[in-house]
Design a protein around this ligand. Structure first.
Ligand SMILES: Nc1ncnc2c1ncn2[C@@H]1O[C@H](COP(=O)(O)OP(=O)(O)OP(=O)(O)O)[C@@H](O)[C@H]1O
Ligand SMILES: [Mg+2]
Length: 166
């Protein structure tokens, strides 16, 4: 299983990226291959993933380039950039912007598709007076408890078919 996948990643770089402009070209290195392998494995198995590493090492570039290449009929991709001024309320709105209502309190992507949320620069939101970062607390609530609450009537909201990458 493992060697086959590694070969696939290599082929992917060699053949499928040839027609890109130079600015979007990603130079394959051992690190990008590793990251791509873990991203694909986590995508296949619905495992949330947190990518961390020094600045400028291609975390955003490799992840984004892999996500935009995903087949549109199978995945709905939402790439979100957190900034210092992002609020928890905005984070919830952005995540809910690409899902449909299934029944009361239950939301999910269009049938047959998987919803992938990539949150770039997840560490950026400003701290509130007590030291917490509300948008990150919102994500933690979602990952830990698999639900969050409607902002208007505080009813429970569950999302199905979702995978998060941070
Ligand atoms: N393997 C690579 N091939 C081509 N360009 C690369 C590669 N790795 C990084 N870069 C370029 O380096 C720059 C910084 O990369 P990127 O923004 O992805 O870093 P990052 O790890 O997300 O950093 P930060 O932690 O600051 O967000 C980008 O312009 C990106 O295109
Ligand atoms: Mg980045």
């Amino acid at each position: 299983m493992l060697p086959q996948r590694a070969v696939f990643v290599y082929r992917h770089y060699l053949y499928e990226r040839e027609e890109r402009s130079v600015s979007t070209l990603l130079i394959p290195t051992a690190e990008t291959a590793r990251l791509e392998f873990f991203l694909r494995t986590c995508l296949d198995h619905d495992v949330p993933l947190l990518v961390l590493g020094p600045s400028g090492t291609g975390k955003s570039a490799s992840t984004t380039s892999l996500l935009v290449d995903l087949p549109k009929d199978k995945f709905i991709v939402n790439i979100v950039n957190f900034s210092a001024r992002t609020s928890a309320s905005q984070a919830q709105d952005i995540i809910m912007s690409k899902v449909d209502r299934r029944r009361k309190g239950v939301f999910g992507p269009a049938m047959g598709r998987k919803y992938v949320v990539f949150i770039d620069d997840v560490n950026m939101p400003q701290k509130e007076p007590y030291g917490a970062q509300p948008p990150i607390e919102f994500l933690r609530q979602w990952l830990d408890h698999k639900h969050f609450y409607d902002k208007k009537d505080t009813s429970k909201i569950e999302l199905f078919g979702v995978l998060e990458l941070l």
